[in-house]
Design a protein around this ligand. Structure first.
Ligand SMILES: Cc1cc2nc3c(=O)[nH]c(=O)nc-3n(C[C@H](O)[C@H](O)[C@H](O)COP(=O)(O)OP(=O)(O)OC[C@H]3O[C@@H](n4cnc5c(N)ncnc54)[C@H](O)[C@@H]3O)c2cc1C
Length: 422
């Protein structure tokens, strides 16, 4: 049995930031475990720019952003294991992992940080009719094949789903010489960031086909065509609107889901909205001493916020190991009110308020213009923020000063959208 104070599962931006912060807060014995062949997580395949605008005030590519943290990890002498898959962990914080060099290893940790990222939803989850030919890829897989492994995935491509990966891959495929017929969104707006719609589709004359869906995939060995139908206000196909598009490749960008097998196995309660663990403001799950951050907690659109959140998790893990994290007796539940899909963290303890401002991340359910985000403790409004434009694809952020939270009475804090004209 190996022994470490803090074990971080996942060596992406979340795991790197958490490990570095734990070290800076006085923990010497830290191990980062990564199943891939290198550190950096999903960023290693994101060779486009747009990373680091908030933290470094620079536009970096994914690998450049990751490199800064990897270098810091090396400089701080933090231990890591690559090509190592964590299979299980227990409530007592024994982590079981496997690799080809050490075989099966058991590690006793004092604190664990979960930073396993997320995975892509697949065709199987959508029940699209038709045959099962080659040429149907998840957009992130296609990104890895093109950017890291050196394989082109197709020549004439249609992209289902307008999430950020789909938008970025539309541009990437055009740059690599493919024809992109269009990017399909089931609803009336793109699921990805506005800046990606402009920079990846509009700048390259790639059609964004709102209110369209693929209803059938045709092809014997390889994709030959797809049948596309218009959708109604409930995102259901409208009979009689079907059109067939010839193509050899379908890319699916239809959602990301936090990697929650390990969390589930150990019995960590998950949030129905985020599909990641429920955490308090220390990023601590319902099992004391197990923390979570990054995309395993909720799917982020901007990596800078992953880093900020993960620093909080790393610092809290260090304080837990040093016995400085106050035991929580009473929680205030953070509830998504009208128009809000989810909020992270979901719990707040007055015992752990400290002197630092508290950051809440959330997603709205619909598009809102000239609305307000209202924070309420019971019926009492404690903060109101004007918002010109909010969409489900862009994560919203509210920072509350500790002073505002100290006076809260009652068991809940609600954040809701107020649609009145300002
Ligand atoms: C295609 C794409 C484009 C993006 N574009 C931008 C952009 O332009 N700007 C921006 O700011 N953000 C962008 N993002 C978002 C940003 O990259 C992510 O928010 C960020 O990478 C999430 O970090 P993470 O560490 O939580 O997850 P990841 O980067 O996914 O890292 C998780 C790591 O955990 C490892 N792991 C998982 N399970 C295990 C296990 N059981 N054992 C061991 N290791 C495990 C994985 O191998 C992985 O390396 C983009 C994301 C994607 C997918």
């Amino acid at each position: 049995m190996l022994n470490y104070d803090v074990v971080v599962i996942g060596g992406g931006p979340a795991g790197l930031a958490a490990a570095i912060e734990a070290k800076k807060n006085g923990i010497e014995s830290i191990l980062v475990i990564e199943r891939d062949r290198e550190l950096g997580g999903i960023l290693q395949q994101c060779i486009h720019n747009g990373f680091g605008l908030h933290i470094f005030k620079e536009e970096l590519t994914g690998p450049e952003y990751a490199e800064r943290f990897i270098q810091e990890l090396y400089d701080l002498g933090i231990e890591y294991k690559l090509d190592t898959m964590v299979l299980d962990m227990t409530e007592d914080k024994i982590v079981t992992a496997i690799n080809t060099k050490d075989g099966l290893i058991n590690i006793q940790a004092k604190a664990i940080v979960l930073a396993m990222g997320c995975r892509e939803r697949t065709r199987g989850a959508l029940n699209i009719a038709g045959s099962r030919p080659a040429g149907v890829y998840n957009a992130g897989l296609a990104q890895r094949l093109i950017n890291m492994e050196g394989y082109m995935v197709g020549k004439k491509v249609i992209i289902l789903g307008s999430g950020d990966i789909g938008l970025i891959m539309a541009r990437r495929l055009v740059l690599e010489g493919a024809e992109v017929i269009g990017v399909l969104a089931r609803g009336g707006y793109a699921a990805g960031l506005g800046r990606n719609v402009v920079q990846c589709l509009e700048d390259y004359d790639i059609p964004l086909m709102l209110r369209h869906n693929i209803v059938k995939i045709n092809g014997k060995d390889r994709v030959e065509s797809v049948v596309v139908a218009k959708t109604d206000e409930n995102k259901m196909p409208i009979p009689g609107t079907e059109e067939t598009y010839e193509c050899d490749t379908v890319l699916m960008s239809v959602g990301l889901i936090p990697e929650n097998e390990l969390s589930n196995n150990v019995g960590i309660p998950l949030d129905r909205g985020t599909k990641g663990p429920i955490v308090n403001q220390s990023m601590e799950t319902e099992i004391s001493g197990i923390f979570a951050c990054g995309n395993v907690l909720h799917v982020h659109d901007v990596v800078d916020y992953v880093t900020q959140e993960s620093r909080r998790a790393g610092k809290a893990a260090a304080r837990y190991v040093k016995g400085e994290l106050d035991k929580v007796e009473n929680y205030i539940d953070i509830r998504p009110g009208k128009g809000i899909y989810y909020i992270v963290p979901q719990k707040l303890s007055k015992e752990r308020l400290g002197g630092e401002p508290l950051e809440f991340f959330m997603r709205v359910k619909d598009i809102y213009q000239e609305a307000q985000l209202v924070v309420k403790a019971g019926d009492k409004e404690i903060r109101k923020i004007k918002k010109k434009y909010m969409t489900p694809s862009e994560m919203q952020r509210i920072v509350l000063a500790p002073k505002m939270l100290e006076d809260i009475e009652g068991p809940t804090l609600t954040i809701e959208v107020l649609e009145e004209e300002i």
